[in-house]
Design a protein. Structure first.
Ligand SMILES: [Zn+2]
Length: 244
């Protein structure tokens, strides 16, 4: 892989179909915790247990009491320069082009920054669905852990529409992501190791479509990879430079 030490713009506007994959590193500068790395959520026992689909099945109230307060915490922070640079890049697209953000984040910060074409492959913390019936998922920002919200149809507990560990990602999002990748000519992964499925397969799909594949993250990749270029550093610094 070719490690770029000098940050030169990617020339995003020259590409017809741009796909950006984002992970927790994009939200870090907004003050949200990341999952991996030192101090990351995955190093804290409660997070591991409460982010597991098996815990949701066995003790849904514990999972809800863990997740619902996040809604308040996330609403209290703002999109950072990485988010706003991606929104600006989408806003200046011309006819016949596309700019799709596929995000592993459940925080809705891309949409709050202004991105329109966002695929949430791990769902959204700001939608709820029923733990029992097939009530369609709906927007929900309630965060009261004393009065856990219940399904209006069957009275079972509602849960955030997010993909927990061991659960399948939403089929529609996975389908939309793969469709975007089939035609993309520039693929940029930002703030994610890309090692978690289904994201791990996305760079393969983009490379197969013939896209330029660029990796932007704090940590270098250590595996053989379909990325051909990498920029190492903070998303909130690199993204405005690369997408400007
Ligand atoms: Zn229900």
């Amino acid at each position: 892989m070719y490690d770029r030490s000098v940050t030169t713009p990617l020339g995003v506007d020259r590409y017809r179909h741009v796909v950006v994959l984002t992970g927790a590193g994009v939200s870090r500068a907004s003050g949200l915790p990341t999952y991996r790395g030192e101090g990351g959520l995955w190093t804290q026992g409660d997070t591991v247990r409460n982010s597991d689909g098996a815990t949701m099945a066995a003790d849904p109230e514990a999972v809800l009491r863990f997740f619902l307060p996040w809604r308040r915490q996330i609403q209290a922070v703002a999109p950072n320069p990485a988010h706003t640079a991606l929104a600006a890049a989408e806003a200046r697209r011309g006819p016949g082009t596309s700019f799709t953000v596929i995000t592993q984040n459940i925080d809705r910060l891309h949409q709050r920054a202004g991105n329109q074409d966002v695929i949430e492959i791990h769902g959204s913390l700001f939608r709820s669905r029923c733990t029992a019936c097939d009530l369609p998922a709906f927007d929900d920002d309630r965060a009261d852990v004393e009065l856990l919200p219940r399904c209006e149809r069957c009275q079972a507990l509602l849960r955030p529409d997010v993909t927990l560990f061991g659960e399948m990602p939403p089929a529609r999002a996975d389908h939309d992501a793969k469709r975007a990748l089939r035609t993309c000519d520039l693929f940029v992964a930002i703030g994610t190791s890309g090692l978690v499925w289904p994201a791990a397969g996305f760079v393969r799909g983009a490379a197969y479509a013939g896209a330029r594949c660029v990796y932007v993250n704090l940590d270098p990749l250590d595996d053989a990879t379909d990325f051909r270029e990498s920029f190492l550093g903070k998303a909130e610094e690199l993204v405005p430079a690369l997408f400007g």
